[in-house]
Every structure is written in C-alpha cells, then in structure tokens.
Design a protein around this ligand. Structure first.
Ligand code: AMP
Length: 220
C-alpha cells in the first residue's frame, strides 16, 4: 500500500502515520522530519531549507523533490509506505507520479484530512516535541507526566519555532494557496479519500484502518 497523507499542518497526519507505522509496519516518510534533521546536522539541504522553514514558507520544489524521490527509491519495493507532507504542490505531485510510474509503484490512495481552522490552531500552538526521540505531546490534550520531559526517553520537550501563532497563520495560508489544489488533482485521478481531522486520533485511525482494509480487498 502506497499512501499520501494530505492536509494542513496540525491535521493529524503525523499522528496517524506513527500509529500506522507501529500497528501495521508501514514506513513513514515525513518531509518535515527529514528537513529538520538536515537542518540539525547542518547539511547543504538543511542550510538551504532553514530560513524558509522558520518563516513557514515552502522550501524550493527542486530540493524537496530530489530529496524525497531518493528516499523513496531507497525503500524495499515490497513494503508499504506513507508520505507525510509530500507532495505539497501540484508540480511536486507530477514529479512524484513520474518517478513512481518509472518503477511501476503507483500510489494507491491519498487521504485528505479535512480539518477546521480552530482545531488546527489549538493543536499547533499546544504541540510539544521531544528533542531526543521526536515523540509528540500536547500541552493540554496529551501532556507528559512531568512538564517539559519526554515520558518515553526523558528527553527535553520543545516547541517548534514554526508553531508560534504568527508562523502558524502563514503556514495555513501557504496550504490554502499552494497545497489545496492537490485535492482536486488527486480527486480527478480517482484516488482521493477524505477523513475528518477534527476527530480524536483513535477515531480517525479506526476510519483509516477501515478504508485501508477495503482498498486491500479491492486489490486482491
Ligand atoms: P511540516 O513538518 O510538514 O509542517 O513541515 C515543516 C516545514 O518544512 C514546512 O513549513 C516547509 O517549510 C517545509 N516543508 C515540508 N514539506 C515540504 C514540501 N513538500 N515542500 C516544500 N517545503 C516543505
């Protein structure tokens, strides 16, 4: 199964990807995580991407496309994978299609997480992340047992620079102006499914699991 998780920042794509990874063994490729790790290591990609990410703007298509296609090419072809945060423009989507069709691995479905702005703001302003293991928390909904400390590894929790209200607003505007067109792009291809990102994580997972099962049955 090859899936794209599509939706604005804060829609819950990352949370669902982690659940699918843990429960079904799907490989999770998050563009944001890969870029942040490049920034942390000070690689050439990281140095080029840093200022765009801090402002909540998109990193240039060329950098992201090359980075993600080489990640996908390195995967074991028999494995299921989910793309989280990629593609984000129609140009990226067309290049992804080209690359996947060359290796006869077309996408099976694109899940659009339709989410209200109120939910997105609440989730993103409260999001806290572990510096060591990357685990996600929410200051109100899912706080750690001890404030500022990761339950899983004891690492320090921090707030992403781009999770500050002004930058969040920018990221949501960028989604509306540059990424939303992908909904129509994938709907026209007949592979778009929609789930409500306003629901709780377990409820969204149940729906997603049902959709994946139905799709699996159709394929076999
Ligand atoms: P995310 O963790 O998905 O919210 O991504 C964080 C930031 O990384 C975004 O605000 C962009 O600056 C950059 N980014 C992630 N994915 C992409 C992409 N597909 N195209 C361009 N920039 C991206």
């Amino acid at each position: 199964m090859r899936i794209v998780l599509l939706g604005p920042p804060g829609a819950g794509k990352g949370t669902q990807a982690v659940m699918l990874e843990e429960r079904l063994g799907y490989i999770h490729l998050s563009t944001g995580d890969i870029l942040r790790s490049n920034v942390k290591k000070g690689t050439e990609i990281g140095n080029k991407a840093k200022s765009f990410m801090e402002k909540g703007e998109l990193v240039s298509d060329d950098i992201v496309i090359e980075m993600m296609i080489s990640e996908i090419r390195s995967l074991d072809k028999s494995k299921s994978f989910m793309l989280d945060g990629f593609p984000r423009t129609v140009y990226q989507a067309s290049k992804l299609d080209e690359a996947l069709s060359k290796v006869s691995m077309p996408l099976d479905m694109v899940v659009y997480f339709k989410t209200s702005e109120e939910t997105l703001m609440f989730r993103l302003t409260g999001r806290r992340i572990c510096r060591e293991c990357g685990a996600n928390y929410h200051a109100v909904n899912m706080p750690p047992k001890k404030e500022g400390v990761c339950d899983k590894c004891g690492g320090e929790l921090y707030q992403r620079k781009d999770d500050k209200p002004e930058t969040i607003k920018k990221r949501l505007t960028v989604f509306d102006s540059q990424t939303k067109d992908l909904i129509a792009y994938y709907r026209d291809k007949g592979i778009l499914v929609e789930v409500s990102g306003d629901l709780g994580a377990d409820e969204v997972y149940e729906k997603l699991f049902g959709i994946i099962n139905d799709r699996d049955k159709d394929r076999s």
